[in-house]
Ligand binder design. Structure first.
Ligand SMILES: [Zn+2]
Length: 490
């Protein structure tokens, strides 16, 4: 049900220029737009038609490992105002995921709406029958069905993709594609070992489409590199105590993710501020997952048989909270940069919980696997949708009082791509395993644009254009060693 935006919480720094009497005059269809206007609008005269086929832009904000049980207490304390506003105005729920909760698989399922058998990315590595002893790294070249960015591009719509899993080497899209490039170079930097997420990296071609923009993106990476110490100071404040070798390892393991996220966010902001703003922007952040893996026992010490010391908790118990707040703030800034109404989809690939609870974490004798948070058993993730074409689902009470049992299962990771297609009036592939989440879509939008289907979006011509990658790259062995050290592969 639509309702006036006047009771909604404003996002800090974002104001709505509409006078109250103007608001009253708007008809129901416009009220939907006004609801999110509190978040994002600077006033523009008139009311955009809700059935305009090229309508308000869609932002897919992907935060790896985001967990409701971390978010809800922070919302209660007013520390996640952007997420809180979106939850109040749109539709949210938990997001069923698949097993194994392996990022390459799940994020490709999110992008394709298909199971791993259909999209072809079944993990970090694969073997071939003719060389069973040899392992190969999956890349974008191994995906054998269209992702939502291919479908949109072929439909004449604009789309940009920043930092998504399995996008190296990049492929032609109608907007900008910046790969998340997995490499061993990261392990050789000061940021430490145990790296399995990628980032933009210097000196590697094929990471940006169109290719003539790669230098511009590397410049942004270098800026973020230089600003990393001040960024982490801003997010987490100052630490009071000397780091033990274990904490030094945990901290350094996170820095590369902070740097990658800052780079992706800066690129995304530049994109939406300028004339090349795409109809769909997908941006990925990995730091939420990484801080969860590394600092869970500092945030929830009571869950562990051998909890950290008081000093360690004082310094590092705030890492997860700090990063969630940064994630919220970054989303708010991005929405402000848009300066117009935006349909937002926030999603995570899975949740997270305490693991290795009986382990003794010797601060001076670092175990090979330092994780205290994890996601075996496929804990559900987060989905929050809000904006002009999204249904408003009333909450059982104030957003500050929500508990995990107030968060219903809304849909699965397979449903996100079909839902984006439905929100853009593009047919959904019948060969997709997900379906549009009807109850999250504004009913008047569906009435005017009934969900259409097509047998498949894939064509032989498209498959023939898949990017090629040299699977014998010199990086391979070290990269595989990393994955083994993490227990991801045998
Ligand atoms: Zn993870």
């Amino acid at each position: 049900m639509a309702h006036s935006g006047t009771s909604r919480r404003p996002v800090p720094g974002v104001t709505c220029g509409l006078a109250p009497d103007v608001k009253k005059m708007k008809h129901r269809r416009c009220q939907i737009v006004l609801t999110l206007a509190v978040l994002t609008w600077s006033f523009t005269p008139g009311c955009r038609e809700l059935d305009d086929p090229v309508g308000p832009p869609i932002l897919l904000y992907a935060a790896d490992g985001l967990e409701w049980r971390v978010m809800l207490p922070l919302i209660r304390d007013g520390k996640l105002p952007t997420f809180a506003a979106l939850i109040e105005q749109g539709t949210c729920g938990s997001l069923a995921t698949l097993s194994p909760t392996s990022s390459p698989i799940i994020w490709t399922s999110v992008a394709t709406g298909k199971t791993m058998d259909k999209h072809g990315i079944t993990g970090f590595i694969y073997r071939t029958p003719d060389k069973p002893d040899e392992v190969n790294l999956f890349t974008n070249a191994d995906r054998k069905t269209k992702a939502v960015w291919n479908i949109l591009t072929d439909d004449g719509r604009t789309v940009s993709v920043i930092g998504w899993w399995m996008t190296f080497p990049v492929e032609p899209v109608s907007g900008l594609m910046v790969a998340q490039t997995n490499s061993v170079d990261q392990a050789q930097t000061a940021y430490g070992e145990n790296i399995w997420k990628g980032s933009l990296r210097k000196g590697v071609p094929g990471q940006v489409y169109p290719p003539d923009r790669q230098a511009e993106m590397i410049d942004i990476l270098e800026q973020c590199d230089n600003e990393l110490p001040s960024l982490t100071q801003q997010i987490f404040g100052t630490f009071s105590y000397q780091q033990s070798p274990l904490l030094q390892r945990l901290w350094e393991n996170c820095l590369w993710a902070f740097r990658a996220d800052a780079t992706y966010l800066r690129i995304a902001n530049r994109l939406v501020a300028g004339p090349e703003r795409p109809e769909l922007l997908a941006v990925y952040m990995g730091g939420t997952d990484v801080v969860g893996h590394r600092f869970w026992r500092y945030r929830y010490p009571n869950l562990y048989e051998h909890p950290p010391t008081g000093e360690e908790i004082e310094d590092y118990g705030r890492i997860i909270e700090g990063y969630y707040a940064y994630c919220d703030r970054s989303l708010g800034e991005l929405l402000k940069t848009y300066g117009t109404e935006v349909t937002v989809i926030v999603c995570s690939d899975h949740g997270m919980f305490a693991i290795n609870r009986a382990r003794r974490y010797d601060p001076n004798d670092i175990p090979a696997n330092v994780n205290s948070g994890g996601h075996p058993l496929a804990p559900p993730g987060v989905i929050i949708m809000a904006g002009p074409r999204v249904n408003h689902t009333p909450l059982p009470g104030p957003v500050e009082s929500l508990s995990p049992r107030d968060i219903p299962l809304l849909c699965s990771v397979y449903d996100i791509a079909p839902t984006i297609l439905a929100l853009m009036d593009i047919p959904v592939g019948e060969d997709m395993d997900g379906r549009p989440v009807r109850r999250a879509i504004e009913p008047s939008w569906i009435r005017k644009h009934p969900i259409r289907t097509v047998a498949t979006h894939d064509t032989d011509e498209w498959l023939a254009t898949r990017p090629h990658v040299d699977r014998e790259s010199p990086d391979k062995k070290m990269r595989l060693d990393q994955l083994r050290s993490l227990g991801y592969i045998d």
